[in-house]
Design a protein around this ligand. Structure first.
Ligand code: ADP
Ligand code: MG
Length: 593
């Protein structure tokens, strides 16, 4: 076969595979365009989960008649013109490919009117490649109507799920965008029914409308930093927490993103105040100099890359930790309950019963030993075979393995060990997490992760999205070592978990996995996001700080570390152990000088 240039249509269809993998993705692009155009009011009208029709109408600046054709061409954008622009991009769009991509796989009509026009103009993308716009009647702004998505790409159409699934994804997209812009009015209709009507309102009112009054009643306002580096928004006090990670919205310069680094910082900040089976709820806006974050990582722009990731991690962690500490101390906590919200947060009683430390609002509570709920030793299970032949240290340490032999545990966090060079200090949680991660990874490399049937299947209340993910991804879940099934409209059961994680909490673990698959799709989770997925899973098995280990257990962990590739760094890039040499100790004590 000879080499040929692809036709423009085919190029757009290929691009569409990345940008518009489901109706919700098309909706996201259209909504972002409306916001970029300065709209004050946006209407969304869906039919059949968006597959039959997605129509987004706005009152933004509109597109001039002569630009209508250009708006539909690939790599045509009014938003950036140079590499410098790209590096400091402030608009939501900039790649200039969304409309072209959507138009290549649907029947798209673009109608628009600028402030200068006497009437609107309309182009029909399919018929209109090359045809001039026709006059139309409409107010100022733009309406994009997308009909019969994927009608000409049957392979992609086959991947579409039920109307309800696609609708659930569209509602989630709508929620994210609407949360980010309370200064814009939105409505959402599906099959002629109004699902949401949001006037211009305060951020708190918007969050209440979308996330419910219970969330608002428990919400603490947070504002930390300066405009160049600022984190602000609402976090629910720990009394309001979720069994799913669904109320977690994080916006970077106005763009809702999923980011492992941020997720980790949040988890760490809530670590001492929330039982690890529960998830914090928050809507947070992170503002950072656009030059310090790369948004052009993936065509859907739902991922970002921070230039100074450790600094960002620290900043977010401290901002949240401060807010939580102040709330607990009762000093500057500000409950944002709007109006007469009489009922206490639903979860409160439940939480108080489980975690007596939070029953009252008393100041300065001690962090709870969260591992207390798992009194049986993870280590006993993990290292039963190894502990049996743990060596004892020789007098001069000459037979000492690289990480040496354990001496003691320091403050529930560190293992102190002695090797030939001197003192070894190990972060036991980080080390354990790394070991689990490498185990899962090599199991998955070999085929699939071995499964352990649970003696007592775990049932959980599930969101609509979680149910759908289980229905659609049985095979991917099996590869990851899970067996789950739908029990009812709001209930799931976990029957098997990955064997290396059999001591982790199955519900918490399952939720995290479902969340990742729901967000990225099974194939991306198993490919591009594979390592992150495994890291998340490993985190569940890893022993928490504050657990007392016996000396044989500590030695077993050291031996396991030596046998594990890359065990010197935890999954978040921090070291798992460090060496303090005898020479350094001598220097500290000014010995032999
Ligand atoms: P991008 O948003 O990356 O620029 P798109 O393909 O989404 O690329 O849109 C192409 C161009 O069409 C935009 O740059 C903008 O000029 C114009 N456009 C699209 N949607 C709208 C809208 N709702 N209102 C005004 N202009 C729009
Ligand atoms: Mg766009």
């Amino acid at each position: 076969m000879s080499i040929q240039l692809l036709s423009d249509l085919l190029i757009d269809q290929i691009a569409a595979g990345e940008v518009v993998d489901r109706p919700a993705a098309a909706l996201k692009e259209l909504l972002e365009n409306s916001l970029d155009a300065g709209a004050r009011s946006v209407q969304v009208d869906l039919q059949s989960g968006g597959v039959k029709r997605i129509k987004v109408t706005d009152d933004g600046e509109g597109i001039a008649r002569d630009d209508l054709g250009l708006a539909l061409s690939r790599h045509a954008t009014s938003k950036i013109a140079s590499l410098e622009d790209l590096e400091r991009v402030a608009s939501l769009g900039f790649r200039g490919e969304a409309l072209a991509s959507i138009a290549a796989i649907s029947q798209l009509t673009l109608t628009s009117r600028t402030a200068d026009d006497q009437h609107a103009w309309r182009v029909d993308a399919e018929a209109g490649r090359g045809l001039p716009p026709e006059p139309a009647a409409a107010a100022q702004g733009t309406a994009v109507e997308v009909r019969e998505l994927y009608y000409n790409t049957p392979a992609r159409r086959k991947f579409l799920r039920t109307e309800n699934t696609e609708l659930a994804h569209c509602v989630e997209t709508f929620t994210r965008i609407a949360l980010s812009r309370p200064d814009v009015a939105f409505t959402l209709q599906h099959n002629g029914r109004t699902l949401q009507r949001l006037p211009v309102q305060s951020f708190t009112q918007r969050a209440t409308a979308l996330l419910g009054e219970e969330f608002a009643a428990a919400a603490l306002a947070l504002d930390h930093g300066t405009p160049g580096l600022r984190l602000h928004g609402l976090i629910a006090s720990p009394s309001f927490n979720r069994s799913a990670r669904d109320y977690q919205y994080f916006f970077v310069n106005g763009r809702c993103v999923r980011d492992r680094l941020i997720a980790h910082a949040v988890r760490e900040a809530f670590h001492d105040v929330l039982h690890h089976e529960r998830h914090p709820a928050f809507v947070l806006f992170f503002q950072i100099d656009p030059a310090r974050v790369d948004v052009n990582v993936h065509p859907t722009k739902s991922e970002v890359r921070f230039r100074e990731s450790q600094a960002v991690h620290q900043f977010v962690f401290h901002a949240l930790q401060n807010a939580l500490a102040q709330a607990r101390a009762g000093t500057s906590a500000m409950s944002l309950a709007t109006g007469p919200v009489a009922a206490p947060p639903l979860a409160a009683t439940d939480t108080a019963a489980h975690y007596p430390a939070y029953a009252g609002a008393g100041p300065r509570q001690q962090p709870m030993p969260l591992s207390a709920r798992h009194p049986t030793s993870l280590y006993d299970a993990m290292f039963a075979g190894i502990t049996a032949h743990t060596l004892t240290p020789t007098e001069d340490g000459s037979a000492s393995p690289p990480l040496g032999f354990a001496l003691a545990q320091l403050s529930g966090i560190y293992i102190l060990a002695q090797n030939q060079a001197g003192l070894v200090v190990v972060d036991m949680h980080a080390a354990h997490e790394r070991i689990m991660y490498e185990k899962l990874k090599s199991a998955l490399d070999r085929a699939e992760i071995p499964t352990q049937v649970l003696l007592i299947p775990a049932t959980l209340r599930a969101s609509r999205l979680e149910i759908v993910v289980v229905e659609e991804n049985a095979q991917a879940l099996r590869r990851l070592g899970f067996e789950m099934a739908v029990l009812g409209p709001e209930a799931l059961v976990v029957r098997s978990v990955p064997a290396p994680l059999q001591d982790a909490d199955p519900i918490d673990l399952a939720r995290d996995v479902l969340r990742e698959i729901g967000e990225f799709g099974a194939s991306r989770v198993l490919q591009e996001h594979r390592d992150e997925m495994l890291a998340t899973m490993a985190c569940h098995a890893a022993v928490r700080a504050n657990r007392m280990l016996s000396v044989p257990e500590m030695n077993a962990l050291l031996r396991e570390m030596e046998a594990t590739d890359r065990s010197g760094q935890c999954n978040h890039g921090r070291p798992t152990w460090t060496q303090v040499s005898l020479a350094e100790l001598d220097r500290m004590f000014q010995r032999g000088q």
